[in-house]
Design a protein around this ligand. Sequence first.
Ligand SMILES: [Zn+2]
Length: 137
Amino acid sequence: MIVKMDLHTHTKFSDGRNTVIDNIRSAEACGLEILGITDHVFRAEDFIWLDDLRNIIRKTNSSVKVLAGAEVHIKKDGTLPLSSDSLSKLDIVIGELYVPKEWNSSLTRMEFLEIVGESIKNLPRTSLLILLRIHYI
Ligand SMILES: [Zn+2]
């Protein structure tokens, strides 16, 4: 069985160009069954839109199952910008790690893996799905 889904989309809540409803309607038009709204959270102060997102999802009549999520920035020490309480309110969490060139040259592979491991430990076990996205910059 193949389930059509896109679990990583952004909206105007962060750096996306579309509204949540735009994304839902696009998902419907593409025949998706599941859509993840996963706007960026770099700092705890960024995380102000969850209630609005939940309300929009609740009020939008759609055949698409819409997941309320976030793409959270992983700090160099492996910590996340949100508390486990806040993270547990999400259906899906994407951990996002930016690896600048300085880290590449100054960190051993084991130190890098420790950052990744620490961040995974900080992600909630209650999320539907946890992904790790690594950007080499
Ligand atoms: Zn993203």
